[in-house]
Design a protein around this ligand. Structure first.
Ligand code: HEC
Ligand code: HEC
Ligand code: HEC
Ligand code: HEC
Ligand code: HEC
Length: 410
């Protein structure tokens, strides 16, 4: 009986062993490697071993096994025409040697994984999605302090940074201690923990990763923050307006550029030998007061609420004046005789904005106070710029564009 048990048991073990062996040689990476090796002549095969490959970039705290499947990434002579057997495009691995940098510093993903989906970060709870194509540009700023040095290699990043100013994101958001405080500080948005994004993920289509989350948000902030309409609420409960963040009507390319920029902001703690420091440059201010004022308008993100060039059109739920933030095209008409009053308004802001319907909630956007951010001499330039906006106008103000000043303002 004992003997029989023993035979049965060792039989079972053998089967298990064979299954495990079959399982192992059937691994994705194993199949890729044998597929690749079959294409090589024996002389080319020499010096190449099979098995899991790993690059230990210990200075960067990373262990990357990507080359287990991407076998020819740094061997152009042996590379094939399809992934994962292609050689790396461009000079990237010459400038950033594989053994020192690995792959994930630039591409994200999951360095230790040996299954395609897991390695590419396409599994739940892995918070670093694979950066490919234009999105790789999001990782360069973690080491290259001065974008100007690498500008020709990172067109999307440069474009995103520029757009962030032009559209006026700084009006409501702070990035690296610059900007407004109406909404979140976006400095770390590129590493916001997924548990805090989970609710948004449930409202959007897959893939549920931070790249697509940011793109969904920028395409139309109201999709992830639609508010609660009064008619679906129990009587007496106050409605919630959709996101106070305006829908900027951005083109897809602009959305990608802004996403690359937002992802690039997160600070890394790479050792000094990997960091190419920024050279501080002195900026030369334009000679004209109006031009200096234009820069101040942009630097502080006034356009975020008032539209590019002060043209208006940004939604402000339940605000008077057509539920929009006022355009600034008529500032000269209203304030040329009241410059001090205008300056006072910019210094101190105005909050809360009067409601169109007193029974509905207060508008989400208000005029912030700028006195801590804009100096008195800058204020003169800003006023000169605001007055210049009228030059492009052929007509006098339409009747519905009344000034926000009331006798109580003074
Ligand atoms: C188990 C094998 C495997 C591993 C490990 C692996 N990859 Fe891949 N990779 C593939 C395959 C297969 C493709 C092509 C098909 C696809 O995208 O799924 C690919 C494609 C890619 C692409 C190009 C995507 C495209 O569509 O052009 C990039 C970039 C990439 N991998 C980066 C990485 C990085 C970075 C790692 C390590 C974190 C990694 N891979 C690890 C198998 C792998
Ligand atoms: C210094 C940053 C950097 C490092 C390190 C790096 N790459 Fe890339 N990789 C890039 C850039 C930039 C591109 C080009 C993207 C483009 O222009 O489409 C690219 C392209 C690729 C592509 C082609 C598909 C695509 O996204 O266009 C693959 C595959 C790839 N890299 C894999 C790897 C692997 C595997 C490693 C590690 C051995 C690695 N890379 C290391 C920056 C890097
Ligand atoms: C982990 C840090 C790190 C990352 C990430 C990184 N780089 Fe680099 N890069 C370096 C270092 C260090 C050098 C070498 C600088 C030197 O030799 O002066 C370098 C060199 C370069 C060079 C060559 C400069 C020259 O004139 O020789 C270029 C171009 C470059 N990087 C662009 C990029 C781009 C674009 C990206 C993003 C796709 C990127 N780097 C990502 C650290 C990094
Ligand atoms: C008029 C004010 C305003 C402007 C201008 C503005 N936002 Fe927002 N933004 C908000 C508000 C309010 C929220 C929070 C409510 C929400 O998430 O819908 C928000 C949320 C976000 C979030 C989500 C942050 C998180 O952690 O959940 C991102 C990302 C974002 N904004 C990016 C941008 C970018 C990029 C721009 C410029 C193109 C911009 N915002 C311009 C008001 C603004
Ligand atoms: C977060 C949104 C927001 C930002 C950013 C913002 N404003 Fe305003 N601003 C408003 C709102 C809302 C009003 C209307 C106030 C009211 O109705 O009480 C307003 C009113 C004004 C007015 C009065 C317009 C009139 O018709 O009387 C001026 C001038 C003005 N803002 C200038 C600026 C300047 C300059 C900046 C940048 C330094 C700026 N604003 C940034 C929201 C903003």
């Amino acid at each position: 009986m004992k003997r029989l048990l023993f035979v049965a048991f060792s039989g079972l073990l053998t089967v298990l062993f064979l299954v495990a062996l079959g399982w192992d040689t059937n691994r994705q990476w194993n199949r890729y490697q044998s597929q690749f090796f079959k294409t090589l002549r024996p002389s080319e095969r020499r010096g190449l071993s099979d098995g899991i490959k790993q690059i230990i970039a210990s200075d960067l705290n990373r262990v990357d096994r990507c080359t287990t499947c991407h076998v020819a990434i740094d061997k152009p002579a042996l590379a094939l025409a399809q992934e994962p057997f292609k050689a790396h495009p461009g000079q990237w691995l010459v400038w950033h040697p594989v053994e020192k940098f690995g792959c994930t510093v630039c591409h994200g993903g999951q360095g230790l994984a040996t299954e395609t989906k897991a390695a590419h970060g396409q599994v739940p709870h892995w918070e670093e999605p694979l950066l490919q194509g234009q999105f790789v540009q999001a990782s360069c700023a973690s080491c290259h302090g001065n974008l100007k040095d690498i500008a020709s290699h990172v067109p999307m990043l440069v474009k995103g940074k520029r757009l962030f100013e032009e559209v006026g994101c700084y009006g409501c958001h702070t990035v690296k201690e610059r900007g407004g405080t109406l909404s979140q500080d976006l400095t770390e948005v590129g590493s916001k923990p997924y548990e805090l994004i989970e609710a948004d993920f449930e409202m959007m289509e897959a893939p549920h990763d931070r790249i697509h989350w940011l793109m969904t948000k920028l395409k139309n902030p109201r999709v992830l923050n639609p508010g609660v309409r009064p008619e679906v609420l129990p009587l007496g409960e106050e409605e919630v307006f959709p996101s106070a963040m305006p829908n900027f009507g951005l083109a897809d390319e602009q959305i990608r550029a802004l996403t690359v920029y937002l992802l690039s902001l997160t600070d890394s703690d790479y050792p000094a030998s990997y960091v190419v420091p920024a050279v501080s440059e002195s900026t030369i201010l334009p000679a004209s007061s109006v031009e200096r004022g234009r820069l101040i308008f942009e630097k502080n993100g006034c356009a975020g609420c008032h539209g590019i060039g002060g043209a208006g059109g940004r939604r402000n739920w339940n605000a008077g004046l057509g539920e929009e933030v006022p355009a600034l095209l008529y500032v000269k008409a209203y304030y040329s005789e009241a410059v001090e009053r205008l300056k006072g308004l910019i210094r101190n802001g105005r909050q809360p904005v009067p409601r169109a319907d007193p029974k509905r909630p207060a508008p989400g956007l208000y005029m912030p106070a700028w006195k801590d951010k804009i100096s008195e001499s800058e204020l003169d330039d800003l006023v000169a710029y605001l007055f210049s906006l009228a030059d492009e106008l052929p007509v006098s103000p339409p009747s519905n564009a009344a000034s926000v000043q009331t006798p109580a303002d003074g």
